[in-house]
Design a binder for this molecule. Structure first.
Ligand code: ADP
Length: 299
């Protein structure tokens, strides 16, 4: 998944770690947009040709992603694949495409082109050139699934960290007051260098930002969150947003949607949602909180 994943338990249950590891290996095989044999790749390669039968998990995640794409049509879009591939940001082919190329690909990101057949568990991309990309939602889904399984196996306290997607369960066994501390990445620095920490009961924390996958051409900065309306990376005042929420899939989608909304509208959006909070970092480096979150800035 292009990141470092870790699972922290406070009980000696090595079999649980092995099972979660195997779950993620299988998930990557099924869901990857870069592996020729994944179910997602088969769907994309069959665009405009034929419906593809998929496993229940793949169908379930695509169905949810389509639902969110319809709810937030100008920002979150699971059919963004053709534009993501065109820019290829963070990979060896990254470049600034021509306006004509972008215009052509914009035609292939219509969410109405995804046809779902629930009784047959089939997914059909109606037009050639369409492609599903689950990069902004899959890790949230996996984190929720892992949290659910851990609880079923009697694990009370845990940290699931899928690189930018953290879910904490139960209580922090390392601290007296038992809340968890979560570091907030400094978007201008390398991974692990934090701006500050929040202290919260068990929840999901998802971060999206322009800090890691980006490039510059003639002083112009491009990053990997792409507008389905313009075909270009979103240009606004947000450098990074972290969403705290009960579920990680919800946090993933909201991180993208809040990113598009910008600092002011993004904060308003989050404040309207029950049990959700956010930390925005502006491009100028300011930190904006939607609630207290026991945030402690690193001096
Ligand atoms: P990461 O966890 O890799 O930082 P994010 O959760 O911020 O990623 O999602 C960014 C990824 O989502 C991109 O690399 C791309 O695969 C995909 N993506 C880019 N733009 C959009 C969009 N408008 N809607 C949905 N997915 C997107």
């Amino acid at each position: 998944m292009g990141t470092i994943i870790s699972l922290t338990l406070f009980q000696n249950r090595p079999q649980v770690v092995t099972t979660v590891y195997q779950y993620l290996v299988d998930a990557e095989k099924k869901f990857s947009a870069n592996n020729d044999n994944s179910e997602i790749m088969r769907i994309n390669q069959s665009a405009g040709i034929r419906p593809v039968s998929v496993s229940p998990a793949v169908f379930d995640l695509i169905k949810r992603a389509v639902m969110y794409s319809k709810k937030f049509p100008n920002s979150f879009n699971v059919a963004i694949g053709p534009l993501v591939k065109l820019w290829d940001i963070g990979f060896s082919g990254q470049r600034v495409p021509s306006a004509t190329e972008i215009r052509q690909k914009l035609k292939a990101v219509a969410i109405t082109g995804i046809e779902l057949n629930e009784s047959q568990l089939q997914v059909y991309l109606k037009y050639p050139g369409m492609a599903i990309d689950l990069g902004a939602i899959a890790k949230g889904y996996f984190a929720d699934q892992i949290a659910f399984q851990l609880k079923r196996w009697g694990i009370k306290d845990a940290i699931i960290d899928l690189g930018g997607n953290v879910v904490t369960l139960g209580h922090n066994q390392l601290a007296k007051n038992s809340d968890w501390q979560i570091g907030i990445q400094d978007p201008k620095k390398t991974r692990g260098e934090i701006l500050g920490k929040v202290q919260l009961p068990a929840c999901s924390a998802v971060t999206s930002g322009i800090g890691e996958r980006n490039f510059k051409v003639r002083d112009k900065f491009y990053h990997h969150i792409i507008s389905p309306r313009t075909g270009y990376p979103v240009e606004n005042d947000v450098a990074q947003v972290t969403i705290f929420s009960p579920s990680s899939i919800q946090g993933e989608v909201l991180a993208t949607v809040a990113f598009f909304a910008g600092i002011t509208a993004g904060q308003q959006l989050v404040k309207q949602m029950p049990n959700v909070a956010a930390i925005f970092v502006t491009r100028a480096g300011e930190i904006k909180l939607t609630s207290d979150l026991n945030f402690k800035k690193i001096a």
